[in-house]
Design a protein. Sequence first.
Length: 395
Amino acid sequence: MKFDIFCEIQRAFPWNGADEASLFREILDQARAADSAGFTTWWQVEHHGSPEFSYSSAPEIVLTAIAMATQRLRVGHAGVLAPFKINSPLRVAERGATIDILSGGRFDLGLAKSGGKEWETFGVDPDTARDEVREAMHVIPRVWTDKEFSWDTPTYKTPPREIVPKPLQQPHPPLWQTCGSPESFFMAGEMGVGALGTTLLSPVAFLGEMLREHERGLAACKAPAGKTVNAQKGCFTFVHLAETRDQAIANGAAWSALWYVNAAPVVFKVPRRVWYDMIKGGLHPNSARDTAAQARLDPNETVIHDDDPPVLKVLKRMAQGEKISFVEAHEVLEPLDCVVIGDPDHCVDKIRGYEAIGADRMMCMMQYGSIPHAAVLKSIELAGRHLVPAFARAA
């Protein structure tokens, strides 16, 4: 199993955004630390108009800066928002090839469907978004490998052109799709591309079911989107290592994870009731994105029910504005098998669960919420000393 970093470039609200430059300086510091610690890939997300969640609106530039500041660390886009009104497949291919050259062949490309505020910002049609992701996944490797590229479908047209530059990696950089539902995991496999899945607070076993959907898709793959098949499976989760459990609590890692889960429905415009019902059912909240826009529900509903699990009660109390202590946040998340927060031995044990479901890559969310920069750097260092070698030996 390989260990990666997944990054949003984030600060928990309330924050006045007065020193945005400090965020980017810290990200570069953390990338250099990840390079030294033995992480494989730095994955950068793409979000727009969501200061409460992410400052990563120009991820290609950030990834280029990281590539210039590191020696071995790969740089991955997880993922490019692929609906055509946000990113043209031709432009995605050009930018990706350029990063691949500048990084010395260290680039991975993932595509994402997104939703919510970002669809509204760019005028994306929800009914065509998934089909556009699929088409873009087929267009991009053709741009990278055809001497003269052309495309002509009802949805995307390009006259014959010689597109430069071409990527350094042959036949082209690895292709991935970010996935949040059974349909998207199957679709990634059917196209022969890697799956990048997230847990948030859903059980590891549920993510394992999604990885099986990717396997089903791979078995059904007859015409891969790219020149090669990428069968790898990456899993996102919250990861924070400290020397002791008490230090992990003091760093506010669990509180920050709860904050993140409560901030996400604002970005994706999923009514909180839908979001919380999915968590309560042990499912992945992202599965609700496609239907949430049509739901006739109060988007801010946070009613606490007697049968709500402890983590859901705490999330709702936080959403209601109640102050949740770092200790309470940690105690409610610690029993969840998907969250990897604590001392090194505890975190190694948690990662075993991801190994058991067949994860090839752990996409460790290290910089999130309000965790201090120094604590993030220490977590990266400890992961390099304890997680990376433990699972390299197992492999």
